[in-house]
Design a protein around this ligand. Structure first.
Ligand SMILES: O=C(O)CCC(=O)C(=O)O
Ligand SMILES: [Fe+2]
Length: 280
């Protein structure tokens, strides 16, 4: 039976994620992949080589949606996604804060995105992953820890302990804080006996995860295979989003990302103004 928007929003609250089947066409997915190739082919060789990974694919590209008509079409055409996100945000419309475009699976260890998308109040963030190609055991499906977003009992104590041990966010501190935090998340999951499970997806599917949901990229059996996908990081329109500095030092007065939003076409939906880039 088809689930309604409210059932999906409830599932995100309860389980930390939900899967929306077939929200856009394979044709639009193909168009987005073609646009990605046109864009990356046009980059200077030196830039491409700098961002090429050992597996031959380019590293993740942020904010490609800002210049891709096909990605914008896919995003605004997904009505169920919009209704679910809107309900989740207490009836405030979602807007794209940033996005990441992946050409293949990531094999990212289990982590929470929350240090990178720090909101006030916390948790006003959803990761919305759009499958431009199927994602399976072969090319690395997404992995989620159901219910792991609710494990918050030691949260502030652990953050303080890590912060005091590592120190500031400069000179590589940011990366060490990130990995220590993710170690804490993984240890908490293990202690509570939760297990990661993989979610296979078909082209056109959308997986939405809660900002605190531990998730990652599953093992890739065949590393020659692509797994095109785009994940939109969305927040309620106009809600300030801070980065890791505020996550770790909330009272230091670090400023939020720019609050310059523009309409996506004439859809009545919004995205933060941005440019594609390879994040470091
Ligand atoms: O695509 C994946 O394998 C993981 C992506 C991810 O963790 C993210 O974008 O936050
Ligand atoms: Fe993530």
């Amino acid at each position: 039976m088809k689930q309604t928007a409210i059932q999906h929003a409830e599932k995100i609250q309860k389980d930390g994620y939900t899967l929306l089947k077939t929200q856009f066409s394979a044709q639009d997915a193909y168009a987005a992949i073609q646009e990605y190739h046109a864009f990356t082919d046009g980059l200077p060789n030196e830039v491409k080589e700098r961002h090429r990974k050992p597996d031959g694919f380019l590293a993740r590209l942020s904010n490609f949606h800002s210049v891709s008509d096909a990605l914008q079409r896919i995003y605004i055409g997904s009505e169920l996604y919009y209704n679910v996100a809107r309900l989740f945000f207490g009836c405030r419309p979602p807007a794209i804060s940033t996005s990441l475009f992946f050409a293949n699976g990531t094999e990212q260890p289990i982590h929470r995105d929350s240090p990178a998308f720090c909101t006030l109040p916390e948790g006003e963030f959803l990761g919305c992953w759009f499958a431009l190609e199927e994602a399976t055991e072969e090319n690395g499906a997404l992995v989620v820890v159901r219910g792991g977003h609710l494990l918050t009992e030691d949260e502030f104590k652990a953050r303080r302990e890590i912060r005091e041990r590592i120190g500031g966010v400069e000179d590589g501190g940011q990366n060490r804080l990130w990995s220590e935090y993710q170690n804490f998340v993984q240890e908490t999951i293990a202690r509570r006996g939760l297990e990661a499970k993989s979610i296979e997806a078909e082209v056109g599917d959308v997986i939405i995860w809660h900002g605190h949901l531990p998730h990652g990229g599953g093992r890739i059996k065949d590393t020659s295979k692509s797994r095109y996908s785009c994940v939109f990081h969305v927040t309620p329109v106009g809600n300030p989003v801070f980065d890791h500095k505020s996550f770790w030092y909330p009272d230091e007065g670090y400023s939020a990302r720019s609050q310059d939003f523009c309409e996506i076409g004439s859809s009545g939906q919004f995205m933060r103004r941005s440019q594609p880039a390879f994040p470091s």
